[in-house]
Design a protein around this ligand. Sequence first.
Ligand code: ASP
Length: 450
Amino acid sequence: MLKVSKFGGSSLASAEQVRRVCDIITADPARRLIVVSAPGKRHSQDIKVTDLLIAAASQRLTGKIGASECAEVIERYRSIASELELPSEVIEPIAQDLTERLENSTTDADLYMDTMKAGGEDNCARLIAQVLQARGVDAHYVNPKDAGLLLSDEPGNAQVLPEAYNRLRDLHERPGITIFPGFFGYSKKGNVVTFSRGGSDITGAILASAVRAEVYENFTDVDSVFAANPSIVKDPVPIAELTYREMRELSYAGFSVFHDEALEPVYRAHVPVNIRNTNNPKADGTLIVPNRTSTDIPVVGIAAMDRVCCLYLSKYLMNRQIGFGRRLLQILEAEDISFEHVPSGIDNMSVILREDNLSAAKEKRIVEKIRQTLAPEDIFVERRLSLIMVVGEGMRHTVGIASRATRALSGAEVNIEMINQGSNEVSMMFGIKSNDMETAVQALYAEFFG
Ligand code: ASP
């Protein structure tokens, strides 16, 4: 039996947390493949190691030195090692590695940045292996290059290459406990490349899929995934079990407990994911599975995504104009903007975008281009919108979910600007003004869980 267990930054932020992590690892002999993040925040004012490394790299890239940020990172490792009473030699190679990374050539800025960012996870994995060894455990650090984690050459946003899975399969034959650094791999050219932020979840998912793990345990700092954001709804109910599709919809719209890109590898290999709490390992957590056993629950969660905008255009007889939609989306593509949803009517189309992707200058260029090439009668951009997602596989077989949701929103005096339900019927989406976001989530939560 083999479990892949990933520990996030908050689980590794201090010596006390590291001690807990090591207790969890050694409590179950099936936990043989461990993925670690870089140390995260110890308290709300603290800075994550990855953010310190990014700050150090940015300093170097702008012609400054960055030494104080780098020294702070070294200090984080030193304090963990010394509190755990590891010999002082343990910290020397870590300090040397980080200093070398800082002093690397900055000619290729992207490569430089990714090499710096990867230093957080890489050194954390070395440290955890040593903490376990000091306890007499047969634990070994493995480098992602030696293990075969091949990624696309897209710094800061790399994707796994299909051939990586075969190479990584051998990991389950290694003796003892393997400690694998999360967040980065290597391109075919042999350069360090990182996933997007929070990407250690992705590393764990790739390994779990490659070795066909019995389960992928993802240890974080909450007891489970909750049915709504606890900062909007007081004490929301925990979700015991949900499907990959439900989790995908929820994480898309703001449930940040599990990286949305991490679902794909485990989904393809049918490996269940167990979200668990390092600070409360007795709790069962949330299980993400291919199919839910408890199908009597039509809605599992309510998610909300802020900072959305809508590009609206209308033109009489739009439905008869071949290629209208394609040309519209091509204009967005030329500006390097991906779209989220495209609700449409016979003579109008709305394109939902993330507000951060549409600067005022881009908006001006896009609107101008659309006017020239598509000659709409009306075109405008509405900003400060939110998308509310009501998520649940059970709604496919349940009559009246939409009417309950719209009634709850109208009861709370929230104006619905847009409704969209995907044909898979896993979620129902409502576009509303951002000012109403909290009220809408609370009203929907009360309707389906109250
Ligand atoms: N340390 C990286 C970050 O902060 C990756 C991770 O924690 O998963 O984004």
